[in-house]
Design a binder for this molecule. Structure first.
Ligand code: FAD
Length: 477
């Protein structure tokens, strides 16, 4: 069964796909003919997921540029003014720069709002159909479109949809990533899992702020309010997952969280199963040229993923759509792969300042918060306590306001050196003989040799955390 052909097919009406479909409908005035776009989504029912619920101020700005800012209205979204980072029960306040705000919401409601915008966009056809394969030209190997099955009850046959360009935005579990990326061989690396639940009517240490609790023995715990009564909790667990997650949460993690959430977490553990999602890292490899398949590109999590600790995925996706919209608006023939390769090259490098900053920071911060790097973890916490630029710089990078990987480099190594300074100068608890109490004592000269070794280890760790991440972003093949 043959379907009509389009200029562009987009696979997946999630964050990136819906935004791109709408964005392409807004470039008609720059083209001789309006674009015909087909957006294929396997289920148009409101998604119920534990992902994409906090949009950073940088993402809000991109949403506004796309004319989609109203998507956060009328969905009971909550303003976000910054973060509170908790270590041993003490919060450090990390506000966003003055005048900047993020939003948190129920993911499904936000996605439905984005899809509604795509549905009414001129030239865009939204079809509920599950894509099962990419159609490849047997002679040239070029992707000509996709085969999909409509969701309608009587639809059993696969339909072919053709387009000059296919954009695959089918998310983190992409079925088509390896086909599109061909020989580049870039694969996601699993870093950890988030187990998630919704807490009812809890008060966070600082209202309208994302809360990050650093706990002993496990990864960080994230909490943010997503509607008037609901607060999302995400607990980071290292692979392999424990056989009884509830038991670990109840006995090992819950006692280290603010007491205001204990009751609600107990309640939710009694009645619900914790939902789980893998947290993977996937650096972006350049598309176009001869490296990847012709006629098709990846967008969103299908192409590039970072740790969700910093809530940067949607910010990167919207920013990518802004850049891609502006570049594609000038392309008259999407089947001209030479032109498309040049466009993809520009896109790859233009997105770097923001995307690389958010990608690197997410993994670097996740590693820094690991208790096995305790010197760096304490140093990072104390660095934030200094306030001023030591808070403003990192939070501007995290929230997608400052697009500057080199600023990130400066702050990251400033944390490393500050951690070493703290190691040498700050008093540490020492047990009092014959008692279970401790007393704070400054390190003595006799401890200097061992501290010198630990400082070297600290600096070395900072290098092996940061430099490979930087390299994954600047490599050009
Ligand atoms: C645990 C977790 C928490 C996160 N929290 C945040 C956060 O707070 N803030 C933030 O900015 N980012 C967050 N992220 C990242 C964010 O969710 C992603 O970056 C973002 O959703 C990526 O958008 P996407 O369009 O690429 O994929 P998705 O939004 O997942 O959309 C993919 C779409 O493709 C559809 N699809 C899949 N296969 C097919 C097919 N074969 N045919 C047709 N349709 C198909 C799916 O149904 C879906 O609608 C989080 C990620 C994780 C794992």
């Amino acid at each position: 069964m043959w379907s009509t052909s389009y200029d562009i097919i987009i696979v997946g009406a999630g964050v990136a796909g819906s935004a791109l479909a709408h964005a392409l409908s807004t470039v008609s005035d720059q083209r001789s003919q309006p674009l015909r776009v087909c957006l294929l989504e396997r289920s148009l029912v409101e998604p119920d997921r534990i992902v994409g619920e906090l949009l950073q101020p940088g993402g809000m700005a991109a949403l506004e540029t796309l004319g989609l800012e109203s998507c956060t209205d009328g969905i009971d979204a909550v303003p976000v003014h910054g973060y509170a980072v908790m270590l041993n029960g003490t919060p450090v306040h990390i506000p966003y720069p003055k005048g900047r705000e993020g939003r948190s919401f129920h993911h499904g409601r936000f996605i439905q709002a984005l899809r509604a915008k795509a549905k009414v966009a001129p030239g865009v056809e939204v079809i509920e159909a599950s894509v099962s394969e990419l159609i490849e030209c047997p002679v040239t190997g070029r992707i000509l479109g996709v085969r999909a099955t409509r969701k309608a009850e009587d639809a059993v046959e696969k339909e072919a949809f053709f387009a000059d360009l296919t954009v695959v935005a089918d998310g983190c579990f992409s079925n088509f990533r390896s086909t599109v990326m061909g020989t580049t061989g870039v694969k996601p690396v699993l870093r950890s899992y988030f187990a998630g639940a919704i807490l009812e009517d809890v008060e966070l240490p600082i209202k309208h702020h994302g809360t990050v609790c650093l706990v002993k023995g496990h990864g960080p715990v994230l909490m943010y309010q997503i509607s008037e009564h609901d607060t999302r909790i995400l607990l980071d667990l290292k692979p392999p997952l424990p056989a009884d997650i509830k038991d670990v949460v109840l006995n090992e993690i819950l006692p280290q969280l603010p007491s205001s959430v204990h009751l609600a977490l107990h309640k939710v553990l009694e009645k619900d199963r914790l939902r789980r999602m893998p947290n993977s890292f996937l650096p972006p490899a350049e598309q176009g040229g001869t490296h990847t398949k012709e006629g098709v590109i990846l967008l969103g999590d299908a192409w590039n993923m970072r740790h969700p600790l910093t809530g940067g995925g949607m910010t990167v996706a919207f920013h990518d759509v802004v850049l891609l919209r502006d570049l594609l608006a000038k392309v008259q023939d999407f089947s001209d792969w030479k032109t498309m390769s040049r466009v993809l090259h520009k896109w790859h490098w233009r997105r770097k300042p923001l995307a690389s900053t958010i990608n690197i920071l997410s993994i670097a911060l996740y590693d820094l918060f690991d208790e096995f790097l305790n010197i760096l973890r304490v140093g990072c916490f104390k660095y934030f306590e200094l306030g001023g630029e030591c808070v403003n710089g990192p939070v501007s990078l995290l929230s997608g306001i400052a697009e500057d990987p080199f600023l990130l480099f400066r702050h990251f190594f400033a944390v490393a050196f500050y951690s070493i300074w703290i190691l040498f100068t700050h008093p540490r608890p020492h047990p009092i003989e014959g008692s279970d109490k401790t007393v704070l004592i400054r390190p003595s000269l006799a401890e200097y040799p061992s501290m010198a070794v630990r400082s070297f280890y600290c600096f070395w760790t900072a290098c092996i955390v940061f430099l490979p991440l930087m390299w994954s972003e600047i490599r050009w093949w």
